[in-house]
Design a protein around this ligand. Structure first.
Ligand SMILES: C[S@@+](CC[C@H](N)C(=O)[O-])C[C@H]1O[C@@H](n2cnc3c(N)ncnc32)[C@H](O)[C@@H]1O
Length: 307
């Protein structure tokens, strides 16, 4: 019964979900777009499992560990506001530029595409190591070009805050996905999205009763060697995970609906033991692992505070 109701709002397609607005004769169809970055812990492959758990009704949408925003792009609606944030300045700058200046961004990306195609390695390191003054559009174009061509789409900076990921192994990376960027721009504008560089705690102060919060923090590592949690120069420690669990409980107290993704480890299960009856274990492949054989056979947790 619940599944049927959910499918009234979200109809699964082979490549995603087509959104339907309730109570309208002709339904609004959000342009179908996908994350513009390859991002560690990106949720694209888990969309069907996560969408099934999204509450049927909610007021505003919060995604404070935004990354590539795979879930936001499935839920975006012109009928409600979305508070989208991440601690990574470069990432949020790129979102804002896509939203407000996509037609200025596209020629810059085409330029990077052409230069990269002429001499991939030379151009990659030239772009990576160029720290000359740039405006926000130049910065967004550089960020996207590096993300599309660096090793595994990793984002890692050194102590001076400079991006230091080596070149990836791609044959023909698509740096300028014009069609997707234009669709993203439409979705970000129509959905009344607020984009902010912020620590998750600050943005969640705005969350109120009936808002829905999707939390996808850097995962608690399964083993020491599996530690890929450093997306910025600040990692996310066990202490941070404990603080997040406290905030999960505070949001519950406020009447927010909260869904959290995390690794299936003893520590995380213990932190959310009060929600064990609302916790699902799901299978997942980890595309970020350098060793192909270690990318399969993992499980993750989806923990929620509502039925
Ligand atoms: C697992 S990724 C999110 C992936 C995203 N759901 C997707 O589909 O691509 C975690 C994100 O949290 C961000 N982050 C790390 N620490 C943060 C903090 N204290 N506050 C807000 N964002 C943070 C990282 O920059 C990263 O983008």
């Amino acid at each position: 019964m619940l599944i049927c109701k959910i499918f009234y709002n979200y109809k699964l397609r082979s490549n995603g979900i087509m959104k339907m607005e309730e109570g309208k004769e002709s339904f609004y169809q959000t342009p179908e777009c996908h994350p513009f970055v390859k991002w560690a812990g990106g949720k694209s492959q888990l969309i069907p499992q996560i969408i099934r758990l999204i509450p049927l009704r909610f007021a505003r949408y919060f995604e404070p560990f935004l990354g590539g925003g795979a879930i936001f792009f499935q839920l975006a609606s012109p009928n409600r506001n979305a508070f989208l944030s991440d601690i990574n300045y470069e990432l949020i700058n790129a979102y804002k530029v896509i939203k407000n200046h996509v037609e200025e961004l596209i020629p810059e990306l085409i330029y990077h595409q052409n230069e990269y195609n002429k001499s991939p390695k030379k151009y990659y390191y030239h772009l990576r190591d160029s720290i000359s003054s740039m405006n926000k559009i130049n910065k967004a174009a550089r960020f996207i070009a590096l993300n599309k061509t660096c090793y595994n789409g990793l984002y890692r900076v050194n102590k001076r805050g400079l991006f230091n990921v080596p070149i990836g192994r791609y044959k023909n990376p698509l740096i300028c996905d014009t069609d997707n960027l234009r669709k993203m721009s439409v979705v970000l504008k129509r959905s009344g999205s607020f984009l902010e560089v912020s620590d998750y705690k600050k943005i969640l102060e705005k969350a109120q009763r009936d808002d829905f919060v999707y939390l996808d923090p850097p995962f608690y590592p399964i083993s020491n060697t599996a530690n890929f949690t450093s997306y910025t120069n600040n990692g996310f420690s066990l202490e941070d995970q404990k603080e997040l669990a406290t905030i999960f409980t505070e949001l519950t107290g406020k009447g927010c609906k909260v869904l959290l993704s995390n690794s299936n480890t003893e520590e995380i299960r213990r932190l959310y033991s009060n929600y064990s009856h609302l916790t699902q274990v799901i299978n997942v492949n980890r595309s970020i692992n350098a060793v192909a054989s270690k990318r399969v056979g993992h499980t993750e947790l989806l923990i929620r505070n509502y039925i």
